[in-house]
Design a protein around this ligand. Structure first.
Ligand SMILES: [Zn+2]
Length: 377
C-alpha cells in the first residue's frame, strides 16, 4: 500500500497509468524512469543493478539511494521534460491533478518543468541517503490482511454500499446467485494506526483508486468526516435493530384486509401531502400511494389511534423507525420509487407481513410522516 511507499515509488505510481507501456514490467519502467535523468557516458554503474532491485524501487520496498548517487554525478533532468511532455490533454489534466500537492501552481503549460524539478529534488533527497520510512511492525500489515480482518465489519457498517457521496456502486456484485467482492479496504489517515477499524474504510475500486491518488490533507479530512457519519449511522441502526418492531404493527398489517375501505372517494383529488412529497414525474408511485391513501388512510388512522389507546403501541416511535429507514435508503442515493420499494421490502421482512399491506402502511407514512422530504419552496 502506498503508505509504506518511498517518495520515488509514489512518484512512479503517479506516472505509471499513462507512462508505463502496456506489458512493460515494473522493473523496466523503474529503470527507464531513472535512466531518463541520467546522462550516460562511460558509466556502467547503473547497469550493475539487478532487475529485482528495480522492482523494489518501483514498489517502494527500498529507497533509490544508490541510483540517485549515480544520477547526481551526471544528471540530465532537462531530458525528463521531454520524457514527460505529451500532447494528450487527458494526460496533461491528470498530471496537473495528481501533482498538485508536490508542484504548487502546476498547469498545462508548465507541467514538464514543474514535475521535472520535483523529480530532481526527490533524487537529491534520496541521494543524500535519507532513509526510507522504516516500516513499523504495524505498518507491515498488508492490505489483504486488513481486508480479511476488517472487510466484513466495514461492509456491514456501510450497508454494502460504497459510502462515498453520490457513488452508486455496491460493494458486492451479484452474478448467477454468487456475490463477488467489489471493494478495497483503505487506510483513511496513513499517519495514524493502520490496524484500527476506525481508521479504515471499504470503498468500491473506483473510489479507492481516486482516494489513493489524491490523498491530500483535505481529502483525508473529508474521509474522516464520512467515516464519522458511517459510525454514527451504524450505531443508530444497531440501537434500532435491537428495538423490535412492535408486535402491534403486525396486528395492523393483519387487520388491513378487513378494514372497511373509505367510500365516496374523490378520485380526482390527490392529497396535498402526497403531491408535495412525491416527485411529479414519478406518476406510477404517486398513483399507487394515492390509491392506498384514498382507500385506507382514514381506517388506518383509526386503527392506530385505537392501538395507541392501549398504550402498547407507540405511534411516534414506530414513525421514527420508518423515518430512519427512509433516511438510510435516501442516503444511499436511491430514487423515490426505489426507496419506496425498499421500505416495503424492509417492513415485509421485519413483520413477515403481506407485501400489499406493507405497501399500504408505507404509503400511509409518506402522507403522515416525514417520509420523502417535501420540496423546499
Ligand atoms: Zn464508490
Amino acid at each position: 500500500m502506498s503508505d509504506l511507499k518511498t517518495e520515488f515509488a509514489e512518484f512512479v505510481s503517479k506516472l505509471a497509468p499513462y507512462y508505463q507501456k502496456p506489458k512493460e514490467k515494473p522493473e523496466s519502467f523503474a529503470k527507464r524512469l531513472l535512466s531518463s535523468v541520467y546522462l550516460e557516458e562511460d558509466d556502467n554503474d547503473s547497469n550493475e543493478l539487478l532487475p529485482r532491485t528495480y522492482k523494489s524501487y518501483y514498489y517502494g520496498d527500498s529507497n533509490i539511494t544508490k541510483p540517485a548517487k549515480i544520477i547526481l554525478k551526471s544528471p540530465d533532468f532537462a531530458n525528463f521534460e521531454n520524457f514527460i511532455e505529451t500532447d494528450n490533454e487527458d494526460t496533461q489534466e491528470y498530471l496537473c491533478q495528481v501533482f498538485e500537492k508536490e508542484c504548487p501552481g502546476i498547469n498545462k503549460d508548465n507541467y514538464p518543468v514543474k514535475i521535472s524539478n520535483y523529480y530532481k529534488a526527490l533524487v537529491e533527497r534520496a541521494g543524500k541517503g535519507r532513509r526510507a520510512k522504516k516500516p513499523t511492525a504495524e505498518s507491515v500489515t498488508k492490505e489483504a490482511d486488513l481486508k480479511e480482518k476488517y472487510g466484513a465489519t466495514l461492509v456491514a457498517e456501510e450497508n454494502g454500499h460504497c459510502p462515498v457521496k453520490g457513488c452508486p456502486n455496491s460493494l458486492f456484485i451479484h452474478s448467477d446467485g454468487n456475490s463477488i467482492e467489489n471493494y478495497e479496504v483503505l487506510v483513511i489517515d496513513p499517519s495514524l494506526s493502520k490496524n484500527k477499524q476506525h481508521n479504515l474504510i471499504a470503498l468500491c475500486p473506483t473510489c479507492s483508486r481516486k482516494y489513493l491518488l489524491q490523498r491530500s490533507a483535505d481529502q483525508i479530512l473529508q474521509m474522516k468526516e464520512l467515516k464519522k457519519e458511517i459510525l454514527q449511522n451504524a450505531k443508530l441502526q444497531e440501537s434500532l435493530a435491537d428495538e423490535k418492531i412492535e408486535d402491534e404493527i403486525c396486528a395492523v398489517l393483519d387487520a388491513i384486509p378487513n378494514l372497511t375501505q373509505a367510500k365516496d372517494v374523490d378520485l380526482n383529488y390527490t392529497p396535498v401531502a402526497l403531491k408535495e412529497k412525491i416527485d411529479s414525474q414519478n406518476v406510477m408511485l404517486l398513483n399507487r400511494a394515492k390509491a392506498h391513501v384514498d382507500l385506507y388512510f382514514t381506517p388506518l388512522n383509526e386503527k392506530f389511534k385505537e392501538l395507541e389507546a392501549t398504550r402498547k403501541f407507540h405511534y411516534e416511535r414506530f414513525c421514527t423507525q420508518v423515518r430512519f429507514m427512509y433516511f438510510k435508503f435516501r442516503d444511499q442515493g436511491m430514487d423515490q420509487l426505489t426507496i419506496y420499494n425498499s421500505m416495503v421490502t424492509w417492513l415485509k421482512q421485519v413483520t413477515n407481513g403481506d407485501e400489499y399491506c406493507c405497501a399500504i402502511v408505507i404509503s400511509y407514512f409518506i402522507k403522515d410522516c416525514e417520509v420523502f422530504d417535501a420540496p423546499t419552496k
